[in-house]
Design a protein around this ligand. Structure first.
Ligand SMILES: CC(C)(COP(=O)(O)OP(=O)(O)OC[C@H]1O[C@@H](n2cnc3c(N)ncnc32)[C@H](O)[C@@H]1OP(=O)(O)O)[C@@H](O)C(=O)NCCC(=O)NCCS
Length: 243
């Protein structure tokens, strides 16, 4: 996809393995094919020791599609070291192919773009760069797509929290190609009519069946809250209001 976004400089915290930390200058940019090796390295390194249920490591051929014309990759680099990558699918055929894996079609969601993976180098976690790169990517999608879809494991609390705060709503629960449960989340990229949430229901993060029943009744999940012994999701029905 054509790069219409300028690079962005920012200082973030680098946590060294020996417990010390420092502030370093990093650059956010859209990665070109010259960063293929870096992208494949970071993607596979982050996957080491992480359960497949949380993060599924893709083959390099698939990772590299995010550097071609079918999508794009927002990268954050510290000097030459790639420390974060957030990938997005924009190619119509790829989006169709991806949604077909879970038995759905793009038309069901309007005209959506779809996220790929987001990975952050362990030494740079805690800077909310998943969140930042999500917004940075949106800047490239506005005007070309009506919405963006993403999936996340119910066990990946760090990622789920970031997505809900970024304005995504949980609209379904599906099995991925490896039969792992995934929330399907959607964020509108168009201005909506005024809406309100006339009340909510609170369901434990562990109770997927109850969550799915709420979704089938028209509720969407919109917020993760901490309880003394676990976490709950808040679900609400959006009601369209008069202007
Ligand atoms: C999910 C992920 C991208 C979030 O990274 P991030 O943007 O740095 O996360 P945040 O800044 O929101 O982190 C918030 C807090 O959670 C901690 N944290 C984040 N991810 C963590 C992880 N996987 N394990 C332990 N702690 C983690 C951070 O250190 C931070 O703690 P602090 O507030 O005490 O500093 C990163 O954890 C990651 O790369 N995970 C593996 C791949 C993955 O699951 N990707 C998402 C699905 S594709």
């Amino acid at each position: 996809m054509e790069n219409r976004t300028p690079d962005m400089n920012l200082f973030i915290k680098h946590n060294l393995p020996d417990g010390r930390f420092r502030s370093v200058l990093c650059k956010v940019s859209i990665l070109g094919i010259d960063r293929a090796e870096d992208l494949c390295r970071l993607h596979s390194e982050v996957g080491i020791g992480v359960s497949q249920d949380i993060f599924l490591v893709s083959p390099d051929e698939e990772v590299l599609r995010f550097l071609g014309s079918e999508g794009f990759t927002v990268g954050v680099s510290f000097k030459d070291r790639l420390i974060c990558a957030r990938t997005i699918r924009t190619g119509k055929e790829w989006i169709k192919e991806y949604l077909a894996e879970s038995g759905t079609t793009p038309e069901l969601y309007g005209n959506p773009a779809i996220t790929g993976f987001c990975v952050v180098d362990k030494e740079f976690r805690g800077n909310e760069i998943q969140f930042l790169t999500q917004y940075y990517a949106e800047n490239l999608l506005v005007g070309s797509f009506d919405s963006i879809l993403t999936t996340v494991s119910p066990n990946n609390v760090f990622s789920l929290q970031n997505l809900l705060v970024c304005g995504y709503n949980i609209i379904d629960i599906k099995d991925n190609r490896n039969s792992h449960k995934r929330y399907l989340l959607k964020k509108n990229l168009m201005e909506n009519r005024l809406a309100s949430m006339p009340g909510n229901i609170q369901i434990s993060l562990r109770h997927l069946d109850s969550q799915l029943r709420a979704i089938r009744k028209g509720y969407v999940g919109y917020k993760l809250i901490k309880r003394p012994h676990g976490m709950d999701l808040l679900f609400s029905k959006l009601s369209q209001d008069q202007e």
